[in-house]
Write a protein that binds this ligand. Structure first.
Ligand code: NAD
Length: 482
């Protein structure tokens, strides 16, 4: 379904995110017919370039990061015809008059994507207002990180609120744009099968793992000031936790959904110090090419920043009291894998006797790679061996089930189109972000107060063994990171 024609200004339009995600994503929507041909994409950044130079950069970005999809030369040419560029300084007046000129002649949806350092978010909002571009119907898209603690997030919300209403602000968490995440809601609220069992009475525990194989790469300077708790847990893992744990909203509508998510965050228990493990990766030596340790990568030989976190928490409400939630994320782990695992309780009694084995249903929601949902069910082992039970997966792999018809849409593409539709459901509201920081802050402050040193772990492992211990103490285990 095409959206209405729009003008999208990308502040930071020459940056890494714009090149890897935003521009190729827009092109794919253009080719799919969703981005109307009258729309315009306007790059605005500090880089001195003209529109022709920017279009060359866009072509390169599409070639390098567009993925394998087919398009014609004419489609590319038409798309480039919709691209403009204007150099601009968020911290000064340079370029603003030109942008103002470009944005004259309204009638189209207007959106401004803040794909720049968070230090510039407030400046951009203020200048948009100064130069008359902060109309009531303009939209701003704000990248992560949204603050580094409750105080800074609150201040940023207050600054943005000076110039824009909450319904104009789209705070991106690209995890919410993933197909499987929306499918999680379809599965939960579109079936009679799951919701009656979706509580502490039937669910033993829930695990959320976001494992990466990459290290900090070129983001060392930023990352060392943030760490996994701020960079991943406060936003991405927290959002997944909300969707898995929230009460059914009355409608699939922005505030109905976000109200329910907020209640989950507010019901989270504080994390006890012995329920959380931080880790930091060591160098990888086995391979020919030596991969640096975390400390080498960030150039800080005594860094105490964590590249791994595993924790246990509870949600203190009627639905979840007694069901632990285990969250885990880290860099340089054995595999790239994001998965939510719902482990149901054992049956109360085995009619087949203890020899048959006792089994648990496990629902696993896989975000990457191989997006899909699998439900493990227990059946009889085929053959003459008597009543022995085995687990088999009921696989809801989307690619397989839906075949060629399943259109692959990247999270960023989907979210940008949602901005143009004016649909905020998959964006974080200001109070949600602040509530998540209010839960995260004491954890980080505790580490700082104790001068906590993260546990070292081998690159290519599943993290420090202490994380396994966290589970073992409870008689449980993590799903293997594969
Ligand atoms: P980048 O450093 O690659 O690009 C920064 C962009 O900002 C450039 O286009 C630069 O010209 C522009 N810029 C810098 N100072 C400016 C100023 N004073 N006035 C106008 N423009 C200015 O950064 P990036 O990796 O593209 O990240 C952009 C934002 O997206 C950041 O908030 C980052 O945290 C967030 N983000 C990035 C990624 C990623 O994968 N790169 C992922 C998630 C979030």
């Amino acid at each position: 379904i095409p959206v209405d024609p729009f003008d999208l200004v990308i502040f930071g339009g020459t940056g890494d995110l714009a090149q890897r995600k935003i521009l190729p994503g827009l092109f794919r929507r253009f080719v799919a017919g969703q981005m109307p041909a009258e729309s315009r994409v306007i790059g605005a950044a500090r880089t001195e370039l003209d529109s022709a130079g920017y279009r060359e950069m866009v072509v390169e970005a599409i070639r390098e990061f567009g993925g394998d999809f087919t398009y014609t030369d004419k489609q590319l040419k038409d798309f480039l015809g919709r691209i403009e560029y204007t150099p601009i300084d968020a911290l000064g007046d340079a370029g603003w008059a030109d942008l103002q000129e470009l944005m004259k002649g309204k009638g189209r949806t207007e959106a401004y994507y803040f794909s720049v350092s968070p230090a510039l978010f407030g400046e951009l909002a203020e200048r948009l207002q100064q130069w008359g571009m902060a109309d009531r119907d303009a939209r701003i898209v704000v990248e992560k990180p949204f603050g580094r603690d409750l105080e800074s997030a609150h201040a940023l919300n207050a600054t943005l609120a000076t110039y824009f209403n909450e319904d104009q602000i789209y705070r991106i968490d690209h995890y919410l744009g993933k197909e499987t995440v929306q499918n999680l809601m379809a599965v939960r609220f579109g079936n009679m099968l799951f919701e009656p069992l979706w509580n502490a009475q039937f669910i033993d525990h829930i695990q959320i793992t976001v494992a990466e194989t990459v290290g900090v790469g070129g983001r060392g300077e930023y990352y060392d000031k943030a760490g996994a708790m701020r960079d991943m847990v406060q936003n991405h893992l927290m959002q997944l936790l909300c969707l898995i744990a929230m009460e059914p909203p009355a409608r699939f509508a922005p505030d109905a959904v976000r109200d329910e998510k907020l209640k989950v965050i507010r019901a989270l228990d504080p994390v006890l110090p012995h329920h959380i493990v931080r880790g930091q990766y060591l160098a990888e030596t086995g391979n020919e090419e030596k991969m640096p340790s975390y400390r080498e990568a960030v150039g800080a030989p005594r860094s105490r920043t964590e590249s791994f976190v595993a924790l246990k928490t509870h949600i203190s409400n009627w639905r979840w009291a007694g069901t632990p939630f285990y969250l885990r994320t880290g860099k340089r782990l054995s595999a790239r894998s994001s998965e939510i695992t719902v482990v149901f309780k054992e049956t109360p009694h085995s009619i087949f006797g203890e020899d048959a084995g006792r089994h648990r249903n496990v629902l696993s929601i896989r975000l990457q790679p191989n997006e899909g949902i699998t439900l493990g069910v227990t059946i009889k082992e085929p053959g003459p061996g008597g009543m022995r039970l085995i687990d088999v997966p009921l696989d809801m792999s989307f690619a397989e089930a839906l075949g060629q018809d399943a259109e692959q849409v990247d999270a960023y593409e989907r979210l940008i189109m949602d901005v143009m539709r004016g649909n905020q459901t998959l964006f974080m509201r200001g109070d949600e972000v602040e509530a998540a920081w209010a839960w995260t802050d004491p954890i980080i402050q505790g580490w700082e107060a104790r001068n906590d040193v993260p546990k070292p772990y081998d690159s290519g492992s599943a993290g420090p063994d202490y994380a396994n211990e966290l589970m073992r103490r409870d008689g449980r285990e993590w799903r293997e990171v594969t």
